[in-house]
Write a protein that binds this ligand. Sequence first.
Ligand code: PEP
Ligand code: MN
Length: 363
Amino acid sequence: MGTDINILPIQEWFHTEKEPLVIAGPCSAESREQMLTTARGIKAISKVHIFRAGVWKPRTRPGEFDGVGEEGLSWLRDVKEETGLMVATEVAEPRHVELAQKYGVDVLWIGARTVVNPFSVQAIADALQGMDIPVMVKNPLNPDLKLWIGAIERVYASGINRIIAIHRGFHYFEKSPFRNAPMWEIPIELKRIAPDLPIIVDPSHICGRRDLLQSISQKALDLEMDGLVIESHYKPEIAVTDAAQQIKPEDLKQLLEALIIRDRKGDIDFQHKLEELRTEIDKLDGELLQILAKRMEIIDEIGEYKKDNDITILQMKRWAGIMEDRLSIGTHLGLDADNLKHLLELIHKESITRQTQIFRNKK
Ligand code: PEP
Ligand code: MN
């Protein structure tokens, strides 16, 4: 990515000024009435640009509602005709791409369950050959940035250069209030690798519940994400899929109006002050690295000493004591216990690796 991939920046093909790109609509197309009623509510919100609905739904078990199929595309076409909104749907197979094109769908997306499978993504990419349509690529279910990038590259290689990445959170084994853990470091790393690639956030699938949507949407904007996809249904309580996370168009309107759109750059005084603080951080990081290197030098010395005296590397009791002591000091200093534990474990891992090396070298 980066130099060899030349994705069009969103400002060059979608006029949203400073505003985030907002996509909203039901998780699934259920009926013509549900689609049009919801779309009328959404049309009344000037901040929404694109109407979404899934007509093919990948479900965990057979027998569950798996979408209305082609008929739903005709309802999307009706929505487009009546409201003038652009419309988007999920494609998971080449046939979906062809049908979506036939019904005039404006934007396609590839879902999280499809992105995990490079064969499926490639089949879709092949079907996209020669088409001029924006394609959104959701992150895969598992936190694997390379897999996400790979899917984007496949779509790009088929000639599509209006691509948007959608961050919808990741399956994670640790308990959290979210349906899918946000792991912001992953989309942030994607932004670093591909600065021109627009990334929008899907708070609905991250949160899995309505009450968290506002704060995750705000966080997305504060992290310079380029837009939001939010599921909206005229009557969420009767939604066939994802009922707990959908919101009524009027609630969506409130959510969007309450969002604070902060400046990405700020004025010149702000820039100067920021520069000053960043210089200080650079200096501190330099000192931190020096200290870390010094620590490792002493670790090496201890390693030699252990080796010469035939003492084992891992001294469990000592390590447990260090952990307890440093955690206590660190948390008193206001550092987060979990993150600090993680950092100490990494430092310990590096120390063990170095001492193992010394033992191996000095047979
Ligand atoms: C969806 O957007 O409705 C959907 C199925 O999302 P995901 O692929 O992110 O689970
Ligand atoms: Mn959904």
